[in-house]
Design a protein around this ligand. Structure first.
Ligand SMILES: NC(=O)C1=CN([C@@H]2O[C@H](COP(=O)(O)OP(=O)(O)OC[C@H]3O[C@@H](n4cnc5c(N)ncnc54)[C@H](O)[C@@H]3O)[C@@H](O)[C@H]2O)C=CC1
Ligand SMILES: O=C(CO)COP(=O)(O)O
Length: 350
């Protein structure tokens, strides 16, 4: 299932530079644009905020999302989406999941013939329960074999600091996955490819919900035993949903599964984790969203994931608990009580 993208003789990453448009100049869009530029690609980064765009072009910084980071010269930022997309062979979507459909639909006329689209987004659409690759296919009118998703333990700030990490580029087309992987391969960012788009996307979306649960537990003052329990049982929930929806079991212990779950649940850099912690410490959802800043996808995706699960007849008690706390005002202490008082069962039954 997995392809190693490296030069067999030297072991060095093989990069194949491309003309790339990155849509969304938030923390991950900006960081991924920097990865692509470092891989030698010609990158145009589309952002809505002219102040952010101007700062990227003139000062090589995005002070709003990545304070203290100097960006490479190879990124040209613009507020003009048509200019960003003109001639782009690869189109990368990095806007909040719930806004993707409308944003991409508007930009569709500017997408070049033959372009490949890549989702960096980790969410499930609320109104449809669609994964982001489906939203992209609908909004841009692209066939599945010209769509890839990229997901893994990829906290933007660490990557912007060139700390080493790996990721998964998934597509139903091996050629598309390999092409995208080659365009973003650097000395600090190592893409692997696979073909399990369903599994990779579900892992990315649901781990945000589990990270909120871990944050809530830590906000209540609970330690590593609780954290490890929620992460482990969270992975069971992700696996259960994924298998019910046709994912490949090998994805869950991989980078997009366990890898991303660990990074997001452990790191204070995670917006989902941070938001959960604020809630656990007693903030309202509104206060927690404001205090967190940036896009915490799990806040909305907990509802669509839960709906997906219920439709598929899959039990996801942690996700249900997070949704009840965020949407129905259930106190965190009650969520913990409910989870701990579930009927006894044998471990290992997914
Ligand atoms: N930040 C990270 O470490 C990572 C984020 N992701 C995912 O990447 C996606 C984007 O996240 P971030 O860049 O971190 O978010 P962010 O909150 O830093 O930035 C989002 C960007 O989208 C723009 N935006 C908001 N609403 C929009 C709309 N209606 N139309 C067009 N643009 C709009 C904002 O102006 C902002 O530039 C999310 O799905 C997230 O889960 C995935 C991996 C890592
Ligand atoms: O997806 C991420 C790391 O892989 C980023 O997590 P947050 O969206 O919670 O910050």
């Amino acid at each position: 299932m997995t392809t190693d993208i490296s030069d067999e003789a030297t072991g060095a990453p093989v990069s194949a530079p491309a003309r790339v448009a990155v849509l969304g100049a938030g923390s991950w869009g900006t960081t991924f644009a920097a990865v692509l530029a470092d891989a030698g690609s010609d990158v145009r980064l589309w952002g809505r905020d002219p102040v952010v765009v101007d700062q990227i072009n003139t000062a090589r910084r995005n002070g709003k999302r990545l304070p203290g980071i100097t960006l490479p010269e190879g990124i040209a930022a613009t507020t003009d989406a048509a200019h960003a997309l003109d001639g782009a062979e690869i189109v990368v979507a990095a806007v909040p999941s719930q806004t993707a459909r409308v944003t991409l639909r508007e930009l569709r006329p500017h997408v070049a013939d033959g372009a490949v689209a890549v989702s960096l987004m980790k969410g499930v659409e609320l109104s449809t329960d669609d994964r982001m690759s489906t939203v992209i296919a609908d909004a841009l009118g692209l066939p599945d074999d010209r769509i890839a998703v990229l997901s893994g333990p990829n906290l933007a700030r660490e990557i912007a600091e060139h700390q080493p990490t790996a990721t998964v580029v998934s597509s139903t087309s091996e050629a598309t996955a390999a092409r995208v992987a080659a365009a973003c391969s650097t000395s600090y960012f190592r893409p692997y490819t696979n073909s399990d788009v369903v599994g990779v996307e579900l892992c990315g979306a649901v781990k945000n919900v589990i990270a909120i649960a871990v944050g809530m537990a830590q906000g209540r003052g609970f330690g590593f035993n609780t954290t490890a329990t929620v992460i482990t049982r969270g992975l069971v929930e992700i696996t259960r949903l994924g298998l019910a929806l046709g994912a490949d079991a090998r994805t869950f212990p991989g980078l997009a599964g366990m890898g991303d779950l660990m990074a997001t649940c452990a790191s204070p850099l995670s917006r989902n984790h941070t938001l959960g912690k604020h809630i656990g410490q007693g903030m309202t959802l509104e206060e927690a969203v404001a205090a967190t800043g940036g896009t915490a996808e799990g806040v909305k995706s907990c509802r669509s994931v839960l709906h997906l699960a219920r439709t598929a007849g899959v039990d996801m008690p942690i996700t249900a608990g997070v949704s009840a706390v965020l949407n129905d005002g259930l106190p965190v202490a009650e969520m913990a009580r409910a989870l701990l008082s579930r009927p006894q069962k044998a471990e290992g039954i997914v």
